[in-house]
Write a protein that binds this ligand. Structure first.
Ligand SMILES: NC(=O)c1ccc[n+]([C@@H]2O[C@H](COP(=O)([O-])OP(=O)(O)OC[C@H]3O[C@@H](n4cnc5c(N)ncnc54)[C@H](O)[C@@H]3O)[C@@H](O)[C@H]2O)c1
Length: 355
């Protein structure tokens, strides 16, 4: 029996609801596999924890997470209790930085039974590799002076090491998927970091002559993801551009509630972290309406990473069987609750074991 220790951080809002759903699906997957145990430890960190303790997570939280095989996160943020920049930097970004989760990988594709808002979605299937450790999300800068003279300076940080690491990962992924890499740039408007990004993209591209490449400005790329998403395979982007493109990916899949994501420590030095793209959705929290598919698909990516790709694939197939039968939450046009969708996924998984 192989035991996997999973640190679970449900977080805030619907994070708690979709985490519980994904844990049910993972337990069912373990039952049908018969040779693995998923050992969950739930941590109550997040906005309520902040109200009680003045911190989003304990001082030694990162040390605690390093003891696990992997980290599984729901969503963090409750703007009524804690300003978003504190909740984000005090937990999510802190974990990404301190566990050196330098790559964020986010797939987007059409799932069976889910209508895309696009008129002709044409079976798109692309994956965004987002640089996850620096770029536009940087603490370098500050605010000085007061009143009419007040000045805010926000610096972007682009290192050769991190830029090359993200781009190289995208090319390796494209070799496996056998197709092409698109680089998100904006070198016409952002005159230092983006020409640097382009130069490194071209250097790495020269090592992969059989991979088709192109650089597209982020504004046009956003538009193309709507008008012809099927023309993309791997897209590599800086931290901010990747963040925005992947919400768009979620939207054209039918709902941001479906979109999964992996935060990878590429060297395997620390555990990687898996979390859906969506946030804590305070507008629907506690109503049983949260779509669990993003968290469950994320669990499937986590199993791929833990060396259980068949089990990961079985979970995703079970999700598609359920959406194909029309069992869906309201955000994708259904009437089922989080619990009903979760129960249907577990039952579809059990049926696979019976075959
Ligand atoms: N990774 C994270 O933890 C993360 C990511 C984004 C936002 N946030 C935080 O979440 C809070 C809310 O942010 P927001 O409103 O900009 O983004 P959000 O993703 O929480 O919600 C955007 C919209 O999508 C809907 N939605 C999101 N997930 C859904 C799901 N699983 N099922 C059905 N509908 C879903 C919501 O109801 C809302 O209308 C803020 O505090 C923000 O900082 C956290």
């Amino acid at each position: 029996m192989k035991n996997f220790r999973i640190a679970c951080l449900p977080g805030d809002g619907i994070g708690l609801e979709v985490m519980s759903a994904a844990q049910d699906v993972l337990q069912t997957a373990a039952e049908i596999h018969g040779g693995v145990v998923f050992d969950f430890t739930n941590f109550p960190w997040g906005s309520d924890y902040y109200v009680e303790n003045g911190l989003m997570m304990p001082e030694d939280g990162i040390r605690q997470l390093k003891e696990f095989d992997t980290v599984f996160l729901g969503a963090v943020g409750n703007p009524k209790l804690v300003p978003d920049h504190i909740s984000l930097w005090g937990m999510l970004i802190k974990i990404r930085r301190e566990l050196e989760l330098s790559l964020n990988v986010r797939p987007a594709r059409v799932l069976r039974g889910i209508d895309s808002p696009l008129h002709s979605p044409n079976d798109f299937n692309f994956i965004v590799v987002r640089e996850n450790s620096e770029g536009e999300y940087s603490e370098a800068g500050g605010v000085i002076h007061n009143g009419p003279d007040e000045i805010a300076v926000q610096n972007g940080i682009f290192t050769r090491k991190a830029t090359e690491r993200a781009i190289r990962y995208a090319f390796k992924l494209a070799k496996k998927r056998g197709s092409k890499v698109t680089s998100a740039t904006k070198s016409n408007g952002i005159v230092h970091s983006m020409p640097f990004w382009d130069r490194i993209f071209n250097e790495v591209a020269a090592e992969y002559p059989d991979v088709e490449t192109r650089s597209v400005h982020i504004d046009a790329l956003s538009a193309f993801l709507v008008t012809k998403p099927e023309t993309f395979d791997v897209i590599v982007a800086s931290n901010l551009f990747g963040d925005i493109l992947t919400d768009l990916g979620g939207a054209i899949m039918g709902s941001i509630g479906i979109a999964p994501s992996a935060n990878l420590n590429p060297e395997g030095k620390y555990p990687s972290m898996f979390e859906p793209v969506h946030g804590s959705a305070p507008d629907i929290a506690g109503q049983g309406k949260a779509n669990p598919l993003g968290q469950v698909w994320t669990a499937s990516m986590m199993l791929d990473h833990l060396g259980l790709p068949e089990l990961g694939a079985a979970i995703l197939e079970a999700c598609e069987e359920v959406t194909g039968e029309g069992i869906k939450t309201p955000d994708i046009g259904g009437t089922s609750s989080t619990e009903e969708v979760t129960a249907a996924i577990c039952s579809a998984l059990r049926k696979k074991a019976d075959v």
